[in-house]
Design a protein around this ligand. Structure first.
Ligand SMILES: *Cc1c(COP(=O)(O)O)cnc(C)c1O
Length: 399
């Protein structure tokens, strides 16, 4: 096979060698249980607390506000269950979120719905950005919690988190953000943003898999979702995955220290990619043109199936996605693309490319060439495309 071109960084990222080294070193040298009283255990405890300090500093939090989880999904689950629980104690049973959240949010909300909570999903408009006014109008006396993601994982749009959090604070409503696609990719400052809870996951910023954290503002008492020992000050039971935590800390510090430099490079790659793909007729870039992160590009091409496109790209060594990794394999169109108002037929022809600072201009050009070829081929054998071209069906996208 040719050299791989990896353009699926929103699904996962390759571990940073320095993070792997920190993992290895911790696993070999600080392998004691941080809860043990002897010196070996206490050495592990020191590593744990140092990582907590370093991670907290990367997002403007204090160490006591960070608890380690098994990743973004667990952090999301715990944040929502905490908000629901605290709300219920005050007699509030409504939770507001958006129609284009990650399934870690949507499926937890579905479950809370079965437990008697009312869940309302705010519209995100054609551009995939939540309007603060829409949130302000939706909040009621009964609202316990609002959860809005910072950066959408499929289309890369960035939400006005500070504004949304401010509205919630003024109305005495808890605010959580799933910042899994933001932490390590843009400046995150929990204090400036004024959020109550924030979720992050290491494998999205070149840390190890299966580790993440939940920020909870000082004074907010998290409800455990995993019960057992007294680790994480009784908020998350289970012997700490110390090696992964140490690896996560190294990866996050490295990502944060390179933010400015990486961003500039990625935006230039992103613009090159968008310009190339826009040459394909009957295509569209999904999500707001300006309010987007540096690396994610999501397109729809009329008359094709995203899944077939992915297979052809894979043959050419290009790793891409049709949406979120969690929904690929199912034939339903992406809930995110439906939420921004695309008809199911158009949403089926989607492609997500998520770049990193490791990508090159040559790779971007190769991706564009591969997508152009593949789309042309798939259209040449597509009955849907034929009916669009012969006028039996009307095009939805512009030429
Ligand atoms: C990847 C992702 C998650 C899930 O994180 P895991 O660590 O894989 O459990 C949650 N939310 C968003 C927005 C994501 O991109």
């Amino acid at each position: 096979m040719e050299k791989l071109i990896y353009a699926d960084n929103a699904a996962t990222t390759p571990i940073l060698p320095a993070a792997l080294e920190a993992y290895r070193k911790t696993a070999l040298e600080a392998w004691g249980n941080p809860s043990s009283l002897y010196t070996l255990g206490q050495k592990a405890k020191e590593v744990l607390e140092k990582a907590r300090e370093e991670i907290a500093a990367c997002i403007g939090a204090s160490p006591r506000e960070i608890i380690f989880t098994s990743g973004g999904s667990e952090a999301d689950n715990q944040a929502l269950r905490t908000g629901a629980y605290l709300g219920k104690r005050k007699g509030k049973t409504e939770i507001l979120s958006t129609a284009f959240e990650h399934h870690a949010i949507l499926h937890t909300l579905e479950d809370l719905g079965k437990e008697g909570f009312t869940v309302k999903l705010l519209p995100v408009g054609k551009k995939g950005v939540v309007e603060p006014k829409v949130l302000a109008e939706a909040i009621s006396e009964n609202t316990a919690l609002v959860s809005v993601m910072t950066v959408n994982n499929e289309i890369g749009t960035v939400q006005p988190i500070a504004e949304l959090a401010k509205i919630c604070r003024e109305k005495g409503v808890l605010f959580h953000t799933d910042a899994v696609q933001a932490v390590g990719h843009m400046e995150v400052d929990v204090k400036a943003w004024g959020v109550d809870m924030l979720s992050a996951s290491a494998h999205k910023f070149r840390g190890p898999r299966g580790i993440g954290f939940l920020y909870a503002r000082r004074g907010l008492v998290l409800k455990p979702v995993i019960f057992g020992g007294a680790q994480e000050r009784n908020k998350r039971a289970g012997t700490e995955n110390l090696a992964a935590i140490a690896g996560m800390s190294v990866a996050l510090r490295e990502a944060v220290s390179n933010l400015g430099k990486d961003r500039e490079k990625m935006i230039s790659l992103r613009e090159r990619l968008i310009a190339g793909l826009q040459e394909i007729p009957y295509s569209c870039l999904n999500g707001d043109r300006e309010k987007r992160n540096a690396g994610t590009v999501n397109f729809c091409f009329e008359g094709i199936e995203g899944e077939s496109l992915l297979l052809l790209l894979d043959e050419k060594g290009v790793c891409a996605s049709s949406g979120s990794a969690c929904t690929s394999g199912s034939l339903d169109p992406s809930h995110v693309l439906l939420a921004i108002g695309l008809p199911a037929e158009v949403a089926h022809g989607s492609l997500r490319l998520s770049l990193s600072a490791e990508n090159t201009e040559e790779e971007v050009d190769a991706i564009v060439a591969a997508v152009k070829d593949a789309v042309a081929f798939l259209r040449s054998i597509s009955p849907l495309w034929e009916s669009l071209e012969t006028g039996k069906k009307e095009h939805w996208l512009k030429k």
